[in-house]
Design a protein around this ligand. Structure first.
Ligand code: HEM
Length: 352
């Protein structure tokens, strides 16, 4: 059995160092060249940057569990776990089954006219401005409108919801601040005091909070229903916003691909998959090993914090030849792991 590579310098291969954060792709290339698993003692995390190994971990929830948190650190202010993403079977599966009908192709297709009308209005408004900030005016507005259509929860403003969603992700990273944690708490307080009472009679929010999902399987006691709704509501904002922002950026850097897409709109579905591969909105999710486990032939101890590096896996040349090139005709683009894989694969991907 091979040994994991351990970094000599404490900060050498730290995924949270400024160079790795600001320019991650050369850093990911370096990691993959070192081997399938890299231990960073300074953070005590075990990095998994390859595509095959990422899929191996994500498809093995028995050995690599989510119930101990899926981010770098568990937030200090949050005492409740998110019922889906931070849970293992059987509770995870019971809740997921109960929500699945609301995310079926048919259910999401029913939202299509509303989403398309919102998209058209946003783009027309942007074009009318002549010059605009694409992140604020397009990337941030679109998920806000789509999530209101999906859940029935209408936030104070798109900016507020974007800030709350952003804080939800950041609060659990090393750079997370008390301000981020306070924003997360504020979002849940607002959801209880204003979001829930003002939801329309029939919406996903009411289905979850009043009826406990499609089969009533989400517990009424404790805060399982509230946290289920909060997590769905917040999960779709900065993720989809980042996808749109990254997509606009990628097309600016690859104008030939934009021209190709304009000529061949039939390529849009594959282009979306390629854009998810090229600029994965979430760089990593974490797991904890239940017992000693093997990843890509490397033994990892029990209780190890394993970082599945989705954005690195999506640029793995063993899976995607010439990985740093945006190619909207790429045949296996949809094998990206931007939505994860296996048991916890993104529930909201049909909408996203
Ligand atoms: C481009 C947009 C999105 C990306 C890249 C994304 C990515 C992901 C990833 C990687 C996971 C798996 C996490 C893990 O394995 O630990 C996940 C799970 C999840 N996502 Fe998304 N997501 C997006 C949009 C959405 C939307 C729009 C919603 C809700 C409408 C949503 C709801 C969820 C939920 C509820 C889970 C947990 C599923 C489970 O644990 O069974 N996501 N997402």
């Amino acid at each position: 059995m091979a040994s994991p590579v351990t970094t000599a310098e404490p900060t050498d291969l730290d995924p949270y160092s400024p160079p790795a954060q600001l320019d991650p792709y050369p850093y990911y290339d370096r990691l993959r060249d070192l081997g399938p698993v890299i231990h960073v003692p300074h953070r005590d995390v075990w990095l998994v940057p390859g595509h095959a190994e990422a899929v191996q971990v994500l498809r093995n929830p028995a050995d690599f569990v989510s119930g101990d948190g899926v981010t770098f650190e568990v937030a200090t202010l949050r005492t409740e776990r998110y019922p889906l993403i931070e849970n293992d079977p059987p509770v995870h599966d019971r809740i997921r089954r109960s929500l699945q009908p609301s995310f079926s192709k048919k259910a999401i297709d029913a939202l299509r006219p509303g989403v398309e009308a919102a998209a058209a209005a946003i783009v027309e408004g942007a074009v009318a401005q002549g010059e605009f900030d694409a992140v604020k005016v397009v990337a941030q507005e679109m998920p806000d409108r789509a999530m209101t259509l999906l859940t029935g929860v209408t936030p104070p403003t798109a900016q507020t919801l974007a800030d709350w969603s952003d804080a939800t992700s950041r609060a659990e990273e090393p750079a997370g601040t008390e301000e981020h944690a306070a924003l997360v708490a504020q979002s849940v307080t607002w959801l209880v005091s204003e979001g829930l009472p003002n939801m329309p009679a029939h919406c996903l929010g009411r289905l979850i909070v009043d009826a406990g999902g499609n089969d009533g399987a989400i517990d009424a006691d404790g805060s399982q229903r509230l946290m289920t709704l909060a997590s769905i509501w917040l999960a779709g904002i900065d993720s989809t916003g980042a996808l749109l922002g990254n997509a606009i950026n990628a097309f600016i850097d690859h104008p030939d691909q934009w021209e190709l897409l304009r000529r061949r709109p039939d390529l849009i579905p594959n282009a979306v998959e390629e854009l998810l591969r090229f600029g994965a909105p979430f760089r990593a999710f974490f797991r904890r090993t239940r017992a000693e486990a093997v990843i890509g032939g490397v033994t990892v101890p029990a209780g190890a914090r394993v970082a599945v590096m989705l954005a690195a896996a999506n640029r793995d040349p063993r899976q995607f030849p010439d990985p740093h090139r945006l190619d909207i005709t790429r045949e296996n683009a949809r094998t990206h792991v931007a939505f994860g894989n296996g048991l916890h694969v993104c529930l909201g991907s049909p909408l996203a």
